[in-house]
Design a protein. Sequence first.
Length: 424
Amino acid sequence: MKAQFSEAEEVARSFLADDRRVLIVRGASDSLVFFLKLLSKIEEDPLVPDIFLSFGHPFRVPAEYVETVVSQIELQLAALNPQLTAAGESPLPEVPATVRDPALTPDARLWELIRFLRSAISEQRPLLLTFCPFDQPIGEGRFSFLIEYIITRLEEHQVEGIKLIVRDTESNLLSRKYNDWPAAIVYKPPLDRESLFGGMMAQAESPEASPDERAQGQLLAAGIDVGNQRFDAALERNRIALDHYTQSGQRERQSIVISNIGDIYYIQGKFPEAQAHYEQAIQMAVEIESQPLVMYQCINLGNALLMQQKYDEAQIYYRSSEQLAGANRALPHQIRALEMSGTAQREQGLIEEAIRTWERGAQICRDTNFTLGLMSMLEHLEKGYGEMMDEERQAAANRELQECRTAVSEVAPALARSNGHQAH
């Protein structure tokens, strides 16, 4: 599997370094996601001077897609310019009015935006523009026409310092058109599920791999088996890996694999078997003094006990996890432990104790601005106050919950847009 990722990274780096102008990526959405993550890794390389601008939002009609591209660039300029000014550098100019000219077609507007970006940014910084909508299928003919228009304009005007990475359409309109064009490369990354699974299997069974690589391959393949509900196969793969880690004395990895086996039993509803493996994993983690493992596995064991209605025992492990998470400043784990502790109390009929636990968790979330955790706590509190017939506190929890949901809905699109560009 490493070879597949190495190949894809090498193709991307070679494309950036040579004279070709367009990389057309074929394949399914899962393959595209992995390939774009590799691009993010390359972007972080300080030796790569290119500025990466990525536009992965859905493509339905050209006007809507281009409008989102323009808005994304405007937001990025608004965020970048104050940083440039603070660093004593000249800010970049605003997007020109022609880019928003309603008399222009969407493809002409996109071309004007690209021309502006190339003129505004130093020639020492090549631009990599990635047009890879994640929705499937995309509007084939319209998307193909938009990309063909931009490629044609780049060639006609001989604009240097711009490269394009574009997603091909379902019927391969772009790759068929540019397959024989020397300035283009058509590439299908071997990163789809079937190819990756084949790589995992090859790594797990290869006699040339090291024992550690074969064990890791078994664990990766086991994850695929679990996803396909092949639980017996997944258990066998984990046991093969466990044998290796036991023989080589890697106790931390032993603990992790034993916990993995517990997870497989838990998914199947075999809670006593899951409990036994979680207990064994925790004992080993305690012996090697790995607080992160103990913290994580205590929640798992608590859940297995909760599903068997062993509430008092579950509470012991939830509290242990919460204390360790607090000491290690692992906020998400701490909040999860408090959430489950309150759930165990509620299942025992101790609703007032559960509310106090969730209120404590909610206050920690407020103090640390952990909005997602606060939302989870408020959902529990709203139901708990309802059971207590406390309409005033229930209404207050509901109002705060709606405020959190509004805040998250406003931040998420902005984060998605901002991920398209990071200047080195």
